[in-house]
Design a protein around this ligand. Structure first.
Ligand code: GLN
Length: 302
């Protein structure tokens, strides 16, 4: 298959696709990002890389970081099933509703409550979890310049009332072990990392490859990789996980920075970036481009 020709075709259709949605505006640094940015990067396991648009421009990965913190926690131990469930929530990413009903146990690690417990677990397992997190991303992406945007980090700290509320609620049920400020700090740090479509697709390739990088390093066992992909499939898009499966048909994860990273196990990793978000907080044009990719290639997990 001529993947570059196919991506060029997708690029053409994205240019005439009406831009829908709004760029995240809860902090000024995200609100200032140009809505017209678009990038897409496809890394195939057996046949190289293909890209269109701004595939090398870095953006705020936000909730895509939740997949990496899950991977880091699984490198250090087994899945913490007694503290974080593995069911879709069907609710917005920062919702508190189920958390109270379900006694402080988050539905899954890809919503804010679950990622906050995961940050708590990372603090218990690593002397320097921030360093371990960045080290993992640099290793997976092959780029030692991956880092956080400190303006995004500092700004998000001032707008964290909901995340703090989630932490306090979970603490009241005994599901938070470390200092709340320290956990929030780590969570906001991971969200503030900047990566490009190319960096992200290269990093996600290990999830498409049974837990191994292309040069043969074992990042995770194949069983743990299967679990991460299963959680991305069922929970990666909050209350739109069903719609993403229905339209695109790949395990994946979105972030409010407008990025989406997805994998077709055994075949490829693919990422898109377009900042305007639909009402569920997922990139509208990114979902459209990925739907085009799996439709035109016939390569989805279904
Ligand atoms: N930093 C954001 C938050 O915690 C991440 C949300 C997201 O990307 N969905 O609210």
């Amino acid at each position: 298959m001529d993947y570059q020709a196919l991506l060029n075709q997708i690029h053409k259709t994205t240019k005439v696709h009406p831009i829908q949605g709004k760029v995240a505006s809860y902090i000024p640094e995200l609100a200032e990002v140009d809505a017209a940015n678009f990038g897409m990067h496809l890394c195939c396991l057996n046949s190289g890389d293909y890209a269109i648009g701004n595939n090398k421009k870095r953006f705020s990965i936000q909730s895509i970081s939740k997949v990496f913190s899950l991977a880091l926690a699984l490198q250090a131990g087994d899945y913490p099933i007694s503290r974080i469930n593995v069911e879709p929530s069907g609710d917005p990413f920062n919702s508190m509703i189920l958390l109270e009903q379900e006694c402080g146990i988050p539905r899954n690690p890809l919503i804010n409550s679950g990622a906050l417990v995961m940050a708590d677990i990372l603090i218990s397992n690593f002397d320097n979890p921030k360093e371990a997190f960045i080290k993992l991303l640099r290793n997976l992406s092959g780029s030692d310049t991956i880092d956080i945007n400190s303006k995004v980090f500092l700004s998000e700290k001032k707008h964290s009332h909901k995340n703090l509320a989630l932490l306090h609620l979970m603490k009241s049920f005994g599901n938070i072990k470390n200092d709340i400020e320290e956990i929030l700090d780590l969570y906001i740090f991971q969200c503030a990392v900047e990566m490009s479509c190319k960096d992200l697709a290269t990093s996600f390739l290990c999830f498409a490859n049974g837990g191994q990088t292309l040069d043969g390093q074992e990042v995770l066992t194949s069983t743990k990789t299967k679990r991460i992909n299963a959680i991305m499939q069922t929970c990666g898009f909050y209350d739109e996980a069903g719609e993403f499966s229905f339209r695109v048909g790949l395990p994946g994860k979105s972030g409010v920075g407008g990025g989406i990273a997805a994998v077709h196990p055994g075949y490829y990793a693919v990422t898109t970036w377009s900042p305007p978000l639909n009402p569920k907080g997922n990139s509208d044009l990114g979902m459209y481009a990925l739907e085009e990719l799996t439709t035109l290639t016939g390569l989805s997990v279904f």
